[in-house]
Design a protein around this ligand. Structure first.
Ligand code: AMP
Length: 191
């Protein structure tokens, strides 16, 4: 089993690269953003609660996302690996994930950190807003808040895994295919 976290700020290309990685490696893709948007679309109780946070550019409470990940892990007992995208976003989530994986006698094997400069991130999110239909992409103020939340709450997650020597840094600027090749090289060295 191989478990990978694709890490990086909003707009760094985690979703795009995740799609390509799961196609190549056959892992189960777990994107908490996608799972939450699905809950909002089907108007579940969880979705209605999450909507408020998402539309304000804030994080959904840890207990909610950890519960979602726990269910997803249980629902996929035969997965050959998991690709976590947009999770964990707080140190508490990272600790909870470690515990859940330990119960399954496995662990996080690698954290790939996509680096993209601030101007490029904003440029990409503005572009994405035109097609994604996501309210949290469309509003510059909410975008700004998401970057701030990332710096304050999510960046410490990279430090958490760094302590265990699990983080590899990858340049997330340039052509999608070139970035994909860089990620594959890192993965193939670890597997
Ligand atoms: P994303 O699609 O990953 O950019 O996530 C969109 C929004 O969903 C975020 O801005 C948060 O409001 C919420 N969200 C997604 N993943 C998490 C998470 N792991 N913890 C808390 N909130 C999350």
């Amino acid at each position: 089993m191989f478990n990978l976290i694709l890490f990086g700020p909003p707009g760094s290309g985690k979703g795009t690269q995740s799609e390509k990685l799961i196609e190549k490696y056959g892992w189960k893709h777990l994107s908490t953003g996608d799972l939450l948007r699905q809950e909002m679309k089907t108007e579940t109780k969880l979705g209605r609660e999450a909507k408020e946070f998402i539309q304000n550019g804030q994080l959904v409470p840890d207990s909610v996302v950890i519960g979602m990940i726990e269910s997803a892990l249980e629902a996929n007992p035969n997965a050959k690996g998991f690709l976590f995208d947009g999770f964990p976003r707080t140190v508490a989530q990272a600790e909870a994930l470690d515990r859940l994986l330990e119960q399954k006698q496995t662990a996080i094997h690698s954290v790939l950190f996509l680096h993209v400069n601030q101007d490029e991130l904003i440029h990409r999110l503005i572009g994405r807003a035109k097609t994604s239909g996501r309210l949290d992409d469309a509003d510059p103020e909410i975008q700004r808040r998401r970057q701030e939340v990332y710096r304050n709450e999510t960046l410490p997650v990279a430090e958490y895994y760094q302590r265990y020597g699990k983080v590899e840094h990858v340049k997330g600027e340039g052509a999608v295919e070139d970035i994909f090749q860089l990620l594959c090289t890192e993965i193939d060295q670890k597997q």
